[in-house]
Design a protein around this ligand. Structure first.
Ligand SMILES: C[S@@+](CC[C@H](N)C(=O)[O-])C[C@H]1O[C@@H](n2cnc3c(N)ncnc32)[C@H](O)[C@@H]1O
Length: 439
């Protein structure tokens, strides 16, 4: 994840901050070579590195090779205070989606080999998911999916673990013992995560006795009808990031590096003025927008996400927001590339968190248009006309599927356009392209 912040009044050369928090780069593959000078503290030291396709580099995790390019890029843009933060170098993954192949008595669970659909098994996971284990897949009596014949049911399992036990039952106990449990948890996690890059909740429960570990865990399976169903662990699965409890369903997007995401959210808060209106595009279950609603007492927060499955998690999350929140909050199932200006109108700040491929071209166009100040008056005029007589079917559909919570205070409707863009990027190449086309 990289966080960048633009002011619409500014050219990209005045981009003020950028930050890289991802240690496992999603960018050009990093060359992996044995480096005898690399400090062991910055090396992965994973016994599965050679056979597993999950990690791309194992040395100098504190300084990925792409960092030099990134530093130079921002220097050329005139960014003088670029910072780089790795958070935890390994042992950060809290969520993993693994392919399931093979047969029910001999399932293969693991990651695809690069560029193929051959499953590269992760031995430690196999031990726990195979038929000899009581919690194994065989006990669940499901047939792994076979791509060639199109038979079988179970395509993927998704395993997730929370770093906070936020289930309402027993929550008080966790809070009372938080320091003690927290320390114990960190220590144990450090040792165990080094040995397996991808973790399983079953591993968690087996290795970390419940009384020492305040986390809860979940395993869901994706079946041939593409529905996610609960297999093992806690059904009601929560995390605590950016100052709020968030519900996490496997069918909607969830950040894999919980600590880095929390750190990013806390940084992001500082760029959003109190009481502003925020549009959160590519919002998933709305975690960014909702954490801003609480931390920055936003007047309004509008979340836009294409995946309808994220709605349930959004609704659960708002059920746990503090009662003091006085913000008009909404979640819309919509494609941001359809008339993106309609989502931007009335906001002071827009947050975008697109997939790796970057911003959809119509949204990029809209953001560029907003940046050209002479068009602003024209745009607000046309928007107020449309608002009176809205007929566009995708907007009407998105309104129907929306979740809307009104604020207790009645605010005057604003037709302002955003002054600030916060771009969270997991795709360095696409982010660079956006900056380049604005130079
Ligand atoms: C990197 S995730 C970010 C999710 C969320 N901001 C979070 O941190 O949990 C990108 C999200 O964009 C959504 N998405 C992809 N294309 C979209 C589009 N054209 N319109 C709206 N949402 C889209 C995906 O479904 C996914 O939930």
């Amino acid at each position: 994840m990289a966080l960048s912040l633009f002011s619409f009044a500014a050219q990209p050369s005045q981009l003020i901050k950028s930050r890289e928090t991802k240690t496992q780069s999603s960018l050009t593959p990093l060359s992996v070579s044995a480096n005898p000078n690399s400090s062991p503290a910055c090396a992965l030291q994973c016994q599965h590195f050679d056979s597993c396709s999950g990690c791309t580099h194992q040395w100098n995790l504190h300084r990925p090779v792409v960092l030099d390019e990134v530093t130079e890029f921002f220097r050329d843009l005139g960014v003088s205070d670029f910072t780089f933060d790795t958070c935890r170098l390994w042992g950060w993954r809290c969520r993993a989606k693994l392919a399931v192949r093979g047969s029910s008595d001999k399932p293969l669970v693991g990651l695809y080999e690069e560029g193929t659909h051959n499953v590269r098994i992760i031995p430690t996971l196999m031990l726990l998911l195979n038929s000899s284990n009581k919690a194994g897949l065989a006990k669940l009596d499901v047939q792994p999916y076979d791509e060639d014949s199109g038979t079988g049911e179970l395509r993927y399992v998704q395993m997730a673990v929370t770093l906070h036990n936020t289930s309402l039952l027993g929550r008080k106990d966790t809070a009372v013992g938080a320091d003690h449990f927290g320390l114990e948890f960190e220590k144990r996690e450090f040792t165990q995560f080094r040995q397996v890059k991808c973790l399983s909740p079953i591993l968690m429960e087996k290795w970390w006795p419940k009384q020492l570990c305040p986390s809860s865990s979940l395993c869901m399976g994706q079946f041939s009808d593409l529905e996610w169903r609960h297999l093992l662990g806690e059904r009601d699965f929560w995390e605590h990031v950016g100052g709020i409890d968030v519900a996490l369903a496997p069918s909607s997007f969830g950040q894999a590096n919980t600590r880095a995401f929390d750190s990013l959210l806390r940084k992001l808060h500082t760029y959003v003025p109190y009481g502003t209106s925020v549009t959160d595009l590519y919002a998933g279950a709305g975690v960014i927008g909702l954490s801003l609603a609480v931390a920055r007492k936003c007047r309004s927060v509008k979340c836009v996400e294409i995946n309808k499955e994220a709605k349930a998690s959004f609704e659960k999350t708002i059920s746990r927001l503090p009662e003091s929140v006085d913000s008009s909050i909404s979640w819309h199932q919509a494609d941001t590339s359809n008339e993106p200006l309609s989502w931007l109108e009335g906001s002071d700040v827009v947050v975008v968190d697109p997939p790796r491929k970057g911003l959809d071209p119509p949204l990029l166009d809209a953001l560029q248009t907003i940046a050209s100040s002479e068009r602003k008056a024209q745009l607000s005029e046309s928007s107020s006309l449309k608002e009176k007589n809205e007929k566009r079917p995708w907007i009407l559909r998105a309104r129907e599927a929306a979740v809307q919570i009104e604020s207790k205070t009645t605010w005057e409707k604003s037709s302002s356009l955003p002054q600030t863009l916060i771009y969270i990027s997991c795709g360095w190449e696409s982010f660079k392209e956006v900056c380049d086309c604005n130079r």
